[in-house]
Write a protein that binds this ligand. Structure first.
Ligand SMILES: NC(=O)C1=CN([C@@H]2O[C@H](COP(=O)(O)OP(=O)(O)OC[C@H]3O[C@@H](n4cnc5c(N)ncnc54)[C@H](OP(=O)(O)O)[C@@H]3O)[C@@H](O)[C@H]2O)C=CC1
Ligand SMILES: O=C([O-])C1=[NH+]CCC1
Length: 334
């Protein structure tokens, strides 16, 4: 059987922020470190082993494999909301992170992804889905869900609470975080910083265009800053996604009071964009403890647990004004 190929145009057409946010919230909720092997033939269950990271030549060229299995789940028909028959999904996301791609002529994304879907009865490969955009949207959506549960829940207005947002790094991740956050929350001000300012300027123009065309509804004041410190000075929510090998923000730069940080980048080592003194003053939540155990083993931080547990138990984040969502990635299924 020749597997079906779903290209990036087809994938892009079905992505909307409400859809992706809801799917990612479900996926985060389903990650449960404590029940990893609780398979039961009657109930829905999942298996998501740790991902593998293979250096291909040097540490700036990586191959990541992210398998996942969900057994016996009942999805809803997106149009009618009717329950579909019970099904199972076996998938593996395969990602490359080659940090020189942006310098090629023409440039390629540094992060490229494909998602493989298999027949659950025979193991045959059924479908290859272009996953580069899904990765950009999914990662931002996970930060959005983390912001909703770790930050927005602190305020009586909840979702409608106006926020001042900082985007540190305006590459693929910075852009998807800016767009997703503005589409989901009431962002009153957004501060953009990028090492090469031209990318921050382009993101400013894109956001202005989307506001003008009413794709983004809430009015947002948009600023490009000269330094990361200026970008975060007023910010209540900070999204940082770069390949920087050293910290770009430290504790003294942050405003006092409630602040939430989504840190998604840093390349081969999945932390380090944020200084040690920020971790010293924060509580940290992750997407997947099983990956954190290896990938964050050198991070000195108060890691409370998985964001999925906060969602499942409906509890608030620890009573601390500074929270961090440390995003590693890894959804074989989404
Ligand atoms: N947690 C997760 O699930 C995921 C994490 N990631 C991670 O997010 C990060 C960004 O990925 P992506 O947006 O796709 O990559 P891009 O190549 O699109 O963007 C990279 C960004 O990093 C900046 N940058 C690179 N080196 C430095 C440096 N030394 N100091 C400051 N800024 C720097 C670039 O600035 P400039 O434009 O000036 O070069 C650019 O803004 C990576 O670390 C990647 O591994 C990606 C996908 C999923
Ligand atoms: O989950 C993911 O797709 C990735 N995490 C780090 C780089 C890509």
């Amino acid at each position: 059987m020749i597997p079906k190929y779903i290209d990036s145009d087809k994938v892009r057409k079905i992505l909307t922020w409400p859809l992706v946010n809801a799917a990612v919230e479900e996926a985060l909720k389903a990650i449960d470190y404590s029940e990893l092997n609780a398979a039961n033939s009657e109930q829905s269950y999942k298996r998501q082993p740790p991902r593998t990271i293979t250096a291909c030549g040097n540490a700036s060229q990586l191959l990541l494999t992210m398998p996942g299995y969900v057994g016996n789940y009942k999805a809803l028909n997106a149009k009618t909301n009717d329950q579909l028959p019970c099904s199972s999904t076996l998938a593996c996301k395969v990602v490359t992170s080659f940090t020189n791609n942006q310098n090629l002529q023409p440039p390629l994304p540094n992060i490229l992804a494909n998602i493989l879907l298999f027949d659950v009865n025979t193991g045959e490969l059924q479908c290859i889905m272009e996953g580069t955009q899904i990765t950009a949207w999914r990662t931002a959506a996970a930060s959005i869900v983390a912001t909703k549960y770790l930050y927005m829940k602190r305020f009586p207005q909840g979702f409608q609470t106006p926020i001042k947002l900082a985007i540190i790094g305006c590459g693929v991740q910075g852009q998807s975080h800016a767009l997703g956050m503005c589409a989901t929350f009431n962002v009153s001000e957004i501060y953009l910083w990028n090492r090469r300012q031209s990318k921050a300027d382009s993101l400013l123009l894109l956001l202005q265009h989307l506001h003008l065309n009413k794709v983004l509804q809430n009015p947002t004041k948009i600023f490009v800053t000269d330094t990361p410190a200026e970008a975060v000075r007023e910010a209540e929510v900070i999204c940082i996604g770069t390949y920087s090998p050293h910290a770009l923000i430290n504790y003294d730069m942050l405003k006092s009071g409630d602040v939430h940080i989504n840190t998604v980048g840093a390349g081969a080592v999945h932390f380090g964009e944020v200084s040690q003194d920020i971790y010293d003053n924060a509580v940290v939540y992750v997407d997947s403890l099983i990956n954190a155990r290896t990938e964050l083993k050198d991070l000195k931080a108060n890691i409370i647990g998985e964001i999925g547990q906060v969602i499942r138990e409906g509890r608030s984040a620890e009573n601390k004004s500074l929270t961090i969502y440390q995003s590693l990635g890894n959804f074989g299924i989404f």
